[in-house]
Design a protein around this ligand. Structure first.
Ligand code: COI
Length: 361
């Protein structure tokens, strides 16, 4: 049930509940949380209700809450930026909320009114606006999340849910910053199968990726590049981002076939590329073709795109023990161009041609 008349109440943190702000130069990623959060509940009788912006606090949940047992959980990631004149800007928030509603559908969770949640999100960001970092490269990361809370351990769809938004001032996701990362092409484990939940942003996809990520880390790689589950041949996405390759004069990325997360940054890069007349191709690309392109000199660049990772150049790939360097391990021209353009738009420093920004306050 969609509750269109959802009322949002506000309960501000008192002095004692407010936290000291961290040093903007050493934020890392997702270690600090702001003073307030947004919470709302769902049950069949009332739909979405008890919507509240309140002080950041821990939850008390029944150990039988269904999320703990069968993983009915979805989440999103988006960012708020400090623009000129201290204006706070959200980047494509409705795209994230609409994607979250698609994830909800796939995971049998109740849809929520995106417009009302956007209103709450804006009020929340405005209330904690002093937490939005001013430093270049630092932003406020928002994490909308929905979990199944009904206490019951039979396997079925939960009848109760909790939706919340928490916020964290963050720096670069990778320790490498904009320096190229080393990526391990995974040929043992798989991330998502056709007909599965690969395109939903659900915690299980990330839990399932950890073993491969840990093994890659031990070998000195920042992330894994997933191949398709059926032929173990076509590149799909990286652990934390979508992936693009520049081969010849084409910008190539995997098509959204159901096993890949439909990234908002992915879509933004495709749009910016089209604006510039760059030839963009969404097609299946085999890892063998990537290696052949490297050998022939046609592979110019590779980079990941994601909210957390932004644009993250790939400097090296390792597939079945064969290591190749990309662009001599340096950030490519296109990666740098998209990084700069996207950042300038997100920070309100260049024209927002596609109406991606939502002003807060
Ligand atoms: C994001 O980019 O927002 C994500 O959710 C990826 C996550 C692994 C940090």
């Amino acid at each position: 049930m969609l509750n269109k008349e959802l009322e949002i109440t506000l309960r501000k943190a008192d002095e004692k509940q407010r936290k000291p702000k961290p040093d903007q130069n050493s934020l890392g990623f997702g270690k600090y949380f702001t003073d307030h959060m947004f919470v709302m509940q769902w049950n069949r009788e009332k739909g979405w209700h008890e919507a509240e912006i309140c002080p950041y606090h821990p939850f008390s949940l029944d150990p039988a809450a269904m999320v703990f047992h069968y993983g009915q959980e979805i989440f999103e990631g988006l960012k708020a930026y400090r623009g000129p004149d201290n204006q706070i800007l959200l980047f494509r928030p409705l795209d994230n909320l609409n994607r979250m509603n698609k994830s909800a559908l796939r995971m049998c969770m109740p849809p929520f009114p995106s417009d009302t949640v956007l209103k709450a999100m804006k009020a929340l960001v405005y209330l904690d606006r002093d937490w939005v970092p001013a430093n270049e490269g630092a932003t406020l990361y928002l994490r909308p999340t929905m979990i199944a809370t009904e206490p019951a351990i039979g396997l079925r769809t939960s009848e109760e849910y909790l939706f919340f938004i928490i916020m964290s001032p963050v720096g670069a996701y990778y320790a490498e910053g904009f320096n190229p990362v080393r990526i391990y092409v995974e040929d043992t484990y798989i991330r998502a199968v056709p007909g599965g939940v690969g395109e939903a942003k659900t915690g299980g996809n990330y839990a399932a990726s950890l073993r491969a990520q840990n093994e890659a880390k031990k070998k000195g790689y920042a992330q894994v590049l997933w191949l398709d589950a059926v032929e173990r041949k076509y590149v799909e996405e990286v652990g934390t981002s979508n992936i693009f390759f520049v081969i010849g004069d084409e910008l190539i990325t995997s098509p959204l076939t159901g096993s890949i997360l439909p990234g908002v940054t992915r879509d933004s890069v495709l749009q910016l590329a089209r604006d510039k007349g760059i030839k963009t191709v969404e097609r299946r690309l085999s890892i063998d073709e990537v290696y052949q392109a490297h050998d022939s000199g046609a592979l110019k660049e590779a980079f990941g795109t994601g909210t957390a990772a932004v644009i993250s150049p790939v400097g090296e790939l390792c597939y079945k023990d064969r290591v190749i360097g990309i662009n001599n391990g340096k950030p490519g021209e296109m990666a740098a161009m998209f990084f700069n353009e996207l950042q300038a738009i997100q920070r309100g420093q260049s024209e927002d041609r596609h109406n991606w920004l939502v002003r807060v306050g």
